[in-house]
Design a protein around this ligand. Structure first.
Ligand code: FES
Ligand SMILES: [Fe+2]
Length: 441
């Protein structure tokens, strides 16, 4: 890696274009980011019974997330220790054991090698089966139904890693008393042109792009209507930077999101109205200690590559988007839709239908964003790119001191709360990225 000054300059808010295009940096990311951070593996509702599994990726490494016979969620590299074939060939399924399609070695849900064809005749007793099980992810932890894994056995705890994001996770995502979330079966997957960080920093706090990138969607009335395009009200639209490097945005504290849901619930009938009212009663009870009254948020990122959208309403799809790196200039988005377990069926149907319309491969928002990322990527790969930066310097020096912030109704919200137009979350995202990469920032 060539060094020409800082690649990430948080003080100036400048990030070199090289970090989105350099092969060596990309290779190091696989080791220093994706082998050290807590990564989203799946959700309990995806593998409810012993033997249930899904396949996923941790960085570029394919993994099997498997509930073992005793009921614990575990994760294994999806590669046969014999000669490297994938052991599990399906996205989702249930099995007490999986047999590799190449030579037939068989592994149980604890990863143990339990079957070797011609074991006696071919190996003459020389193969120690206890040494040739699947490679297991050393740390797998479930938080509020969400399963995370970490390759680093010495990593900080998941709770510590989630940091200030935990409060929002507990109160605005999981809604535990409503039974938590459950996945709506299926996963929208799509390939995009662009380095994985371009996609993720956008979710961490880039409300700024909404009025221009998504202007056409707003004009035809598809989502985004709640975003105020100018000015910063006392009650919203707030962004939040959460230590160590997570970001959320689109938070209102004026009760308007709840009132909008109530009006819609009245149209949908008494069952939905009762659900929305009870959900709000529980939320108010949970967060009664703090003066601010948030209802939800519209977008977010849990470092490094778990993005979120659709948590501003009880009546729409809540989506988690995992941005898998597929090379320095390509990514694959895996998008799951969730809804509260306790939601009436009519709400679950609404969520399933709305999941493809907004931030989705066939939705207006997803296409708007990805066209930008494709054009940006071309401009990270040119001869001139090495000399150029990206500008994340909006309101540098104003963090915590934005004009008028004393009036905001955000008291008690964890993290650094800022205005709708800022780049603080992105600056913190890249500062943490640089720290993990061993670079000065
Ligand atoms: S590669 Fe799996 S059994 Fe040979
Ligand atoms: Fe967008």
């Amino acid at each position: 890696m060539r060094s020409q000054g800082k690649l990430v300059n948080t003080e100036a808010g400048l990030v070199s274009r090289r970090i989105f295009a350099d092969q060596e940096i990309y290779r190091l990311e696989m080791e220093r980011i994706f082998h050290r951070c807590w990564l989203f593996l799946g959700h309990e509702s995806m593998i409810p019974r012993p033997g249930d599994y899904i396949t996923n990726y941790m960085g570029e490494d394919p993994v099997i997330v498997w509930r073992d016979a005793r009921g614990s969620a575990r994760a294994f590299l999806n590669t046969c220790p014999h000669r490297g074939n994938k052991v599990c060939l399906y996205d989702v399924g249930r099995a007490a054991a999986l047999t590799c399609s190449y030579h037939g070695w068989t592994f149980n849900s604890e990863g143990a090698l339990v079957g070797v064809p011609s074991f006696e005749e071919a190996y003459y007793g020389q193969l120690d089966r206890t040494r040739w099980g699947l490679v297991e992810v050393p740390k797998v932890v479930t938080y509020g139904g969400f399963i995370f894994g970490n390759w680093d056995a010495g990593a900080i705890s998941l709770e510590e890693y989630l940091g200030e994001f935990r409060w929002y996770f507990d109160n605005l995502i999981i809604h535990e008393e409503m039974g938590g979330l459950e996945v709506i079966p299926g996963c929208q997957r799509y390939s995009i042109v662009g380095n994985w960080k371009l996609f993720c920093d956008n979710f961490s706090g880039d409300h700024y792009h909404t009025p221009s990138t998504h202007a056409s969607a707003s004009r035809v009335g598809v989502g985004g209507g709640e975003a105020r395009e100018t000015g910063q009200g006392k009650y919203g639209y707030f962004e939040v930077a959460l230590a160590p490097a997570h970001g959320l945005g689109g938070i209102f504290t004026d009760g308007s999101q709840y009132r909008r849901d109530l009006a819609r619930a009245e149209e949908l009938g008494p069952e939905v109205l009762a659900y929305v009212t009870e959900r709000q009663r529980r939320l108010e009870e949970r967060i009664k200690e703090i003066p601010a009254k948030p209802y939800g948020f519209s977008h977010g990122n849990c470092f490094p590559n778990l993005d979120m959208v659709g948590f501003s309403s009880a009546l729409i799809d809540h989506d988690f988007l995992l941005c898998h790196p597929k090379g320095r200039d390509a990514s694959e988005i895996w998008q799951w839709t969730f809804i509260e377990r306790a939601a009436p069926d009519i709400v679950k149907d609404l969520a399933a239908r709305s999941a493809s319309r907004g931030q989705a491969p066939a939705g207006l928002f997803g296409q708007d964003d990805c066209e930008n990322f494709e054009r940006i990527t071309e401009n990270t790969l040119t001869p001139m790119a090495d000399k150029l930066t990206f500008h994340y310097a909006m309101s540098v020096g104003y963090d915590g001191e934005w004009p008028g912030h004393e009036e905001w109704h955000t008291q008690g919200l964890p993290g650094l709360v800022g205005p709708q137009n800022w780049e603080t979350s992105q600056r913190r995202y890249y500062a943490y990225w640089a720290q993990l990469m061993g670079m000065e920032a």
